[in-house]
Design a protein around this ligand. Structure first.
Ligand SMILES: NC(=O)c1ccc[n+]([C@@H]2O[C@H](COP(=O)([O-])OP(=O)(O)OC[C@H]3O[C@@H](n4cnc5c(N)ncnc54)[C@H](O)[C@@H]3O)[C@@H](O)[C@H]2O)c1
Length: 266
């Protein structure tokens, strides 16, 4: 996909991986809506980007992805301003075992809603011209983690949902490729959450053990996750892929032993 002139929407775009995604899309000539809950970081991010890229190519939208109304509004604003939608990164996520219902809402429900909204605009079924959706999971979407059962459940949910809706898209010819990225630890503010008793609740006892895990597996730079995103955007064959990114193996894919037969639609 040539990104010049394409329109992207990135959630959780004000910092961390989302910000790195946004910068990369802008660098490749796309227009980007930065959707984020945090207005002060979002405004600062937009200001910094405007010093490097044409200000008219980006838009910051203050939005809680956990709110159906606000997320719908963010998609509409993006399309109203830029005229189309080609790439959606459902990236916003939190790690909060104490308020685990919120974690489910932000990490899973919002990713599902963001995917459905993206399909409303991009699917050929609705007169759209196709596109790419990237849902952010984590290695926690593939393995158990004693220190974060609900975070882990949400990320397993993102992997299962993405693989399934990607199959739907293929069978019903939506023209939209839908993939997921599962990174190991990444150098962003999210990593600090494991040091907060208020956030981790009873799993705070794992604080030191998690630090040891981080030291053992190493910390990835957001730029490597950007390389993963670019591979997904460029490789037209990728749909329903589960991309893993680790320090030891770099960018690679989860290979599933069996592919269950999917229903056929005449
Ligand atoms: N950092 C890691 O080690 C790591 C590893 C694997 C996967 N991930 C996943 O990558 C994604 C991005 O994480 P990150 O590390 O960049 O985190 P981060 O905390 O650095 O950034 C997350 C961004 O999302 C925004 N956000 C949070 N709740 C929101 C909401 N309700 N509505 C809109 N925006 C909201 C925050 O304001 C922030 O700007 C998450 O889904 C996370 O689970 C992170």
């Amino acid at each position: 996909m040539d990104l010049t002139g394409k329109v992207g929407l990135v959630t959780g775009a004000a910092q961390g991986i989302g910000r790195a995604f946004t910068e990369a899309l802008l660098r490749h000539g796309a227009k980007v809506a930065l959707v984020d809950l945090n207005k002060s970081i979002g405004d600062a991010c937009k200001k910094a980007l405007d010093e490097e890229f044409d200000a008219a190519r980006s838009l910051f939208i203050a939005c809680d992805v956990g709110s159906e109304e606000e997320l719908k509004c963010a998609f509409k604003k993006t399309v109203d301003l830029f005229g189309s939608l080609d790439i959606v990164c459902n990236n916003a996520g939190i790690n909060n075992e104490n308020n685990w219902e919120k974690t489910i809402n932000i990490n899973l429900t919002s990713v599902i809603r963001g995917t459905y909204l993206a399909l409303e605009y991009m699917s050929r079924e609705n007169g759209g011209k196709g596109g790419v959706i990237v849902n952010m999971a984590s290695l926690s979407g593939l393995f158990p983690s004693a220190h974060g059962p609900v975070y882990t459940a949400t990320k397993h949910g993102v992997v299962g949902f993405t693989r399934s809706i990607a199959a739907t898209s293929k069978i019903l010819d939506y023209g939209v490729r839908i993939n997921t990225i599962c990174p190991a630890f990444v150098a962003t503010p999210l990593l600090d959450s494991v040091n907060s008793e208020q956030i981790m609740g009873k799993y705070y006892v794992f604080k030191d053990a998690v630090q040891k895990l981080i030291e053992h597996y190493g910390i990835l730079e957001p730029s490597l996750i950007v390389q993963g995103l670019m591979k997904i955007l460029q490789d037209e064959e990728l749909n329903g892929a589960v991309m893993k990114i680790t320090k030891s193996k770099g960018i690679h894919f989860e290979l599933y032993e069996t592919t269950l037969k999917q229903p056929e639609v005449k």
